[in-house]
Design a protein around this ligand. Structure first.
Ligand code: ZN
Length: 519
C-alpha cells in the first residue's frame, strides 16, 4: 500500500532531521498508523546504500510528505476534504515525533549553556519549521518589499500566509455551531499554555507540534514560544501563565528588563492594552519578541531632553510617523523612568489637540483613553525603551478613532495599528494581491472606470485616479509604482495615529507634555 511508503518517507525525514533516532522507527510508525486508523505497518526493505541516498534526497520541510498522507486519508474516507481536517491530521501525524516538553526543555537548556542562547533559539526556531508548526511554504507566499519614506526605509508585507476559510469549511463550522464542541472553552484562548499538545478541532488549530520554554519574569511564571505566523525573523510570543487581561504597568517594564537579561539579542514589545489602539487579543497578557532589526531602530532623533527624577537617562523624541519618547540607560533607571512617563501620560489631556485621557459616563464611571505601546531592546550594554503614545478616543467625525487610520486609507489597511506597525513593518491584508494585479492592468490600459465597477477594486478608485494623474503607467513600471505608493499610503495611515502631529501646534503640544514630565 502506498500509505506504507509515505510513512517510511516520513520516518526517513524524521531521522534525517534529528526529530527521531533509528531506534525510534517502530515506535513512531505505530503511533502514526494509530492516527491513521490502520492496524498494521510494513516497512520498506532497503539496503544501506539506498538508505543513505534516500536520506540525502529528503526535503527540508515535511509539507509534501504530509500532504500525500492527508490526500490518502481523504481518498480512503478517513477525513473530509477540508483544509482544517487535513491540518488536524497532518499535525497529529508529525506530532508523533515530538519529545515530551520536559525532555525538550532539558535539551534546550543544555544547548543554551553549551552554545549560548543565540544558537539555542536559532535551533529551536528551525525545529518549529521542521515539525510543521511554522509553515515555511505558506510564509514564502507573502509578498515582501521595502519602501523609502521621509522617515527612512519601511518594510512592507502583504500577508498571504493565513489561509482563508473555504466555503465548505464555513458550512462545517456553522454545523458545529450548536454542538457542545463549539461551546467548549478549553483551551481558553490560543495564547494559553494549555495549547501545548492540544489536538485541535474544526474551529480550533491543532498544537501537538508547539513547544514552550518557561521563563521567570519579575518573579512570575511566563512562557516563550514562536509565532506560527512569522512576520519577521524568530517572531516570538511571550505569554503569561494565567489567562488574564492585557495590562501595561510598572511590572510590564520590569518583565522587559528581565527578558533582556536572558535574551539580550532580542527586542520585546507589548501591544497597547486598550481597544482600537491595541492588539487583536486583549484577554491574555502577552508580548512579542524577535531577532530582527526594525526600521524604527534606524529612526533619526528630533531632540533630546532630561528627566529631573532620572538624570542619568537619555530621553529623545524621534522623527517617526508615531509620537515616541525613547529612553536609554541602566535597566533599573529605565523601568522607573518608563513608569513615570506612562503614569503622566495616562492622565494627560490637551483639549486643543483632542487628547482626552478619560471620559465619564452618566453613572460617573471613568473610562481611560490614554495608553502606550512599549518596546525595548539592548543597545551598547544599555536598555533602550520606546514608548509610543496612544489614545483611543472616538468622536462623531471619527467613529473609528480620532488617532486611528483615516477612512480614506481603509482600502490599504483598516485593522488596528499595533506594535509591529509602530516598528515600521506594515502587515497588509491578503486581499491587496488580487486588487493590485487588477488595478495595475487597468492603469496600464487606461481603463480607470473599470476599477470603479469591479467590487474587488472599487474601494481603491479615488487612490487610483490620483496615481493616474501622477504617473504614466507601463508594463515595466507599474508594479514598482504600486508597491511604492502602497508603502507611502501605509505611512500616511500611521501618521493618522500620531498624537502630536508634524505641525507647529503638534510640536508645541509635544513640548508641553515634556514639560509636564518634569513638573
Ligand atoms: Zn488564554
Amino acid at each position: 500500500m502506498k500509505i506504507h511508503f509515505y510513512i517510511c518517507e516520513l520516518l526517513d525525514y524524521g531521522v534525517a532531521n534529528g526529530l527521531i533516532k533509528e531506534d525510534d522507527r517502530f515506535w513512531a510508525a505505530n503511533r502514526i498508523i494509530d492516527e491513521l486508523g490502520l492496524t498494521s505497518f510494513e516497512a520498506r526493505k532497503t539496503n544501506k546504500t539506498r538508505k543513505t541516498k534516500t536520506l540525502q534526497n529528503l526535503p527540508k520541510y515535511p509539507t509534501e510528505i504530509l500532504a500525500k498522507i492527508s490526500q490518502w486519508a481523504v481518498e480512503n474516507r478517513k477525513i473530509k476534504d477540508l483544509p482544517i481536517e487535513r491540518e488536524l491530521l497532518e499535525t497529529a501525524v508529525i506530532g508523533s515525533f515530538l519529545q515530551r516538553p520536559s525532555d525538550f526543555i532539558a535539551k534546550f537548556n543544555q544547548s543554551s549553556s553549551k552554545q549560548g542562547i543565540k544558537t539555542a533559539l536559532c535551533n529551536f526556531y528551525e525545529q518549529e519549521k521542521r515539525v510543521y508548526y511554522i509553515k515555511v511554504e505558506r510564509i514564502q507566499k507573502n509578498i515582501v518589499w521595502k519602501t523609502k519614506t521621509k522617515y527612512g526605509t519601511f518594510d512592507i508585507t502583504i500577508n498571504l500566509s493565513k489561509p482563508e476559510r473555504t466555503p465548505q469549511e464555513i458550512i462545517a463550522v456553522k454545523e458545529l455551531g450548536t454542538s457542545a464542541l463549539s461551546k467548549q472553552d478549553y483551551p481558553k484562548c490560543v495564547l494559553c499554555p494549555q495549547n501545548e499538545g492540544y489536538a485541535g478541532r474544526l474551529n480550533y488549530p491543532p498544537r501537538q507540534n508547539v513547544r514552550l520554554i518557561p521563563l521567570t519574569l519579575n518573579n512570575e511564571h511566563w512562557f516563550f514560544q514562536f509565532s506560527p505566523y512569522v512576520y519577521y525573523n524568530e517572531h516570538s510570543i511571550i505569554l503569561a501563565e494565567r489567562h488574564t487581561d492585557m495590562k501595561i504597568d510598572k511590572k510590564t517594564f520590569a518583565r522587559f528588563a528581565d527578558f533582556l537579561d536572558k535574551i539580550p539579542h532580542y527586542f520585546i514589545g507589548s501591544n497597547a492594552d486598550l481597544p482600537i489602539v491595541g492588539g487583536s487579543i486583549l484577554n491574555h497578557d502577552h508580548y512579542q519578541g524577535g531577532n530582527y532589526s526594525f526600521p524604527l531602530y534606524r529612526a533619526k532623533t528630533l531632540k533630546t531632553f532630561k528627566l529631573k527624577k532620572f538624570p542619568k537617562v537619555v530621553c529623545s523624541i524621534l522623527c517617526w510617523p508615531m509620537s515616541i519618547v525613547r529612553i536609554v540607560g541602566q535597566k533599573k533607571d529605565i523601568v522607573g523612568a518608563a513608569s513615570h512617563i506612562f503614569n503622566v501620560w495616562k492622565s494627560y489631556s490637551d483639549k486643543s489637540l483632542s487628547i482626552n485621557s478619560y471620559s465619564v459616563d452618566d453613572k460617573k464611571n471613568r473610562t481611560p483613553h490614554n495608553t502606550i505601546t512599549p518596546l525595548a531592546k539592548m543597545t551598547d550594554g544599555k536598555m533602550q525603551m520606546d514608548l509610543v503614545l496612544r489614545n483611543n478616543c472616538v468622536s462623531k467625525d471619527f467613529p473609528d478613532g480620532i488617532f486611528h487610520t483615516d477612512p480614506r486609507f481603509f482600502h490599504i489597511k483598516r485593522e488596528n495599528m499595533g506594535l509591529i506597525e509602530s516598528l515600521g513593518l506594515a502587515v497588509l491584508p491578503g486581499r491587496l494581491k488580487n486588487a493590485m494585479e487588477k488595478i495595475s492592468g487597468r492603469l496600464i490600459a487606461g481603463k480607470i472606470d473599470e476599477i470603479k465597477k469591479d467590487k474587488e477594486t472599487a474601494d481603491h478608485y479615488c487612490w487610483a485616479v490620483e496615481l493616474a494623474n501622477k504617473y504614466k503607467f507601463t508594463v515595466k513600471n507599474s508594479q514598482d509604482i504600486l508597491k511604492k505608493e502602497i508603502g507611502l499610503a501605509f505611512v500616511a495611515a500611521l501618521e493618522c495615529c500620531k498624537i502630536f502631529k508634524d505641525t507647529p501646534a503638534g510640536a508645541a503640544g509635544f513640548n508641553r507634555f515634556v514639560e509636564r514630565l518634569n513638573r
